[in-house]
Design a protein around this ligand. Structure first.
Ligand code: IVH
Length: 662
């Protein structure tokens, strides 16, 4: 019995390892997530039945162990030094000249690699099994983060090799996408945001609970193979290839440069393309390729003489904080926005940046008049990173006690970071709610832009979302910058909104913490809108992903007489309150799998996803042979390249829209 279980267990482990490598390292999955989960479940069941057969390298064993009290220190096998920097081409030339002099030759090959912006980690293997991971620390002694590191899926726990012991050094990073997801979750939970992907990668690796690290989706890219603390093989390039064949993730964006000119070409090339990468880099690392030459060059006390980090100019700039203005969002949250003296950052003029909330301003120690450092990373909104110099007559910011728009009192609930205007009739909240309600992916009311909404609210034509359904084409046509044609278009949009699904309506109501995904879950779990509105607090929490905070927000929404009245009026207007779980509004994309990448002209990714799913299609995260279409917008990065190499057809937003209508 146990031996047949052993055979099955070994078989499952081998398949799971192979599929993990395909998915996390090569980004080329061959099976669905569901089949993978199924195999994992079977393995877990078998291991539960036969606990003696559990091994540390089992794929089930990534998130093991309870949270710890602290980290133990561990010594490095050889110093984990840093690199000298070159901040411009001149400094890079100086470096090359020194190398040439020391080697006594005119040129020599370099390996050029991207300098990933994360934290370095040394991982050790014995008899093919991962057994220890140590952070850099002071270069001699670091922290043992083994349990957390094993949750990083791209780090193999077992390697097929005849080397008895070896060490791999590399960079732990968090992708821009994972970083943004993490920060929006933190916003929703009213927790402070992480400043950048590097800090959040470092924070995530050093948390005491490995389950937290596992949820953070870190990645490990290998860049150095050591045996007994020393590099091996004849060249660095060859050792990178060796790492690849051992199953490590090595960044594919590397080049073996024949000479210095090749190296500068690589650097110039990536300066243009780095924005498209799904993670942040802060430069390029150039290493003299031959290990013999590396040995000849040796080390200084701080860094190797055979390598240099070329740093791209920072996407940061200093400017003056001229004022802090407060904006009111649709949930009533007051967001402080920095008004900056316009400044050019990496080619874009920046004059505003979000400050998120009062606590963030306090954390930064910010006051009006100060000189501040601002930063653009990826395509995210610029942010203030720190105060560079305090101004003599600096003015401190205080959250207003009254809403800047309606003048009603502002409330900051206990344990929340946001101050909110709780006046349900606040025009600012109303305008934002209407824009959200009408937006693509929600009610799809084409032509309902800010200029129109401003007029509707300011002229008192609309005091609630429900009033939209009482508007006439004549009223609309009479407004500024509107004609009979645009009025008609909007009326058609209102009429079509009656057919929109319940999840869309729920999302459209603008209940705090209830976006498209939660709305879908609520509708699938409880059915109609009335059922959701009547479900008690505890019962709401039986739905997936609905915790106490979300449940409380739903309850407060439906407990408010004001909102109940709004809901009744929407019912009378004929909106869809019922929900048929399996029924999709369309089936033109049934059976097709899509991946969305880059910035689309008018849809957010979430909206594009809703569009696809409503038409019966499926959206996944990574491109594989099974992907039917890639929907790509501006700055599409590696997914586009991958789709092209696999022959997956690429669609624009426009083409996608046409397909959903088919
Ligand atoms: S080589 C002696 N290669 O940059 C060789 N480092 O400023 C040491 N880094 O501590 C490192 N990408 O954390 C190397 N492809 C790469 C790298 C890289 C990022 C980091 C690493 C190192 C720091 C040096």
């Amino acid at each position: 019995m146990a031996s047949s279980a052993l055979i099955e267990i070994e078989h499952l482990r081998q398949s799971l390892r192979r599929h993990e490598h395909l998915y996390y390292v090569l980004d080329q999955p061959e099976i669905s997530d569901a089949s993978y989960d199924e195999m994992m479940r079977r393995l877990r069941d078998l291991e539960n039945q036969h606990p003696t057969l559990i091994t540390p390298d089992s794929p089930t064993n990534r998130v093991g162990g309870a949270p710890r009290e602290g980290f133990v220190q561990a010594a490095h096998s050889s110093a984990m030094l840093s690199l000298d920097n070159a901040l411009n081409e001149g400094e890079l030339r100086d470096f090359d000249r020194r190398v040439c002099e020391l080697l006594g030759r005119d040129d020599h090959p370099y390996t050029a690699e991207l300098k990933l912006d994360g934290l370095s980690l040394a991982v050790r293997f014995q008899d093919g099994l991962f057994f220890q991971a140590i952070t850099r620390g002071d270069g001699t002694i670091g922290e043992d983060v083994t349990t957390n590191a094993r949750t990083i899926r791209s780090l193999p726990l077992r390697v097929d090799t005849d080397l008895p012991r070896f060490e791999v050094r590399g960079e732990v990073i968090m992708s821009s996408r994972a970083f943004e997801r993490l920060n929006s979750e933190r916003d929703a939970q009213q927790l402070p945001r992480y400043a950048n992907p590097r800090n959040s990668a470092a924070g995530s690796l050093r948390v005491l609970d490995p389950a937290v690290t596992a949820a953070r989706q870190l990645d490990f890219y290998a860049y150095l193979l050591l045996i007994e603390g020393q590099p091996v093989l004849e060249s660095h390039w060859a050792s990178l290839d060796r790492l690849v064949s051992m199953g490590f993730k090595v960044n594919p964006n590397r080049r073996l440069c024949g000479n210095f000119d090749d190296l500068t070409a690589f650097i110039a090339d990536w300066d243009l393309r780095r924005q498209q990468l799904p993670y942040e880099i802060d430069g390029v690392v150039a290493k003299v390729d031959s290990l013999e030459q590396q040995r000849q060059l040796g080390w200084t006390a701080k860094a190797p003489r055979w390598a240099i980090a070329f740093k791209y100019p920072a996407r940061q700039a200093e400017t003056e904080l001229e004022n802090i203005e407060v904006q009111v969002g649709r949930t009533g949250a007051l967001t402080p926005v920095a008004h900056l003296k316009p400044v050019l950052v990496a080619g874009v003029t920046v004059s505003r940046a979000t400050l998120h909330n009062e606590d963030e301003i306090e954390r930064l120690g910010l006051a009006i008049g100060d000189t501040v450092m601002i930063e653009r990373s990826g395509d995210v909104i610029p942010k203030v990173v720190r105060v560079v110099q305090q101004a003599p007559g600096r003015r401190f910011f205080h959250m207003p006690v009254q809403c800047p728009v309606c003048g009603e009192p502002v409330v900051r609930a206990e344990g929340e970071v946001a101050s909110r205007c709780i006046n349900p009739d606040c025009p600012a909240r109303l305008k934002e709610s209407i824009l959200h309600f009408a937006s693509r992916g929600v009610m799809d009311i084409d032509g309902m832009g800010e200029a129109l909404v401003d007029q509707l609210v300011d002229r008192g034509l609309v005091r609630s979302i429900a009033d939209l359904y009482g508007l006439t084409a004549e009223q609309l046509a009479g407004l500024e910058r509107m004609g009979a044609k645009s009025a008609e278009r909007i009326m058609t949009g209102f009429a079509a909104s009656h057919e929109k699904s319940l999840p869309r309506l729920l999302n459209g109501l603008g209940i705090a913490f209830v976006g498209a995904r939660t709305a879908q879950i609520l509708a699938d779990t409880f059915g109609g809108l009335d059922a959701i509105a009547q479900t008690p607090l505890e019962a709401l929490q039986t739905a997936d992903e609905v915790g106490p905070k979300v449940a409380q927000s739903i309850r407060s929404y439906f407990d408010s007489p004001h909102n109940r009245q709004l809901v009744e009026r929407l019912r009378r207007a004929g909106l869809r309150f019922s929900h048929e779980k399996a029924a999709k509004t369309g089936s033109s994309l049934a059976g097709l799998t899509f991946v969305i990448t880059g910035t689309l002209p008018s849809l957010t990714r979430e909206q594009a996803q809703v569009l696809i799913e409503d038409a019966g299609g499926k959206v996944t995260d990574s491109v594989s042979k099974k992907t039917n279409y890639l929907v790509a917008g501006l700055e599409a990065g590696s997914k586009l390249t991958k789709a092209q190499s696999l022959g997956v057809p690429v669609l624009s937003e426009e083409q996608l829209r046409k397909m959903t209508l088919a």
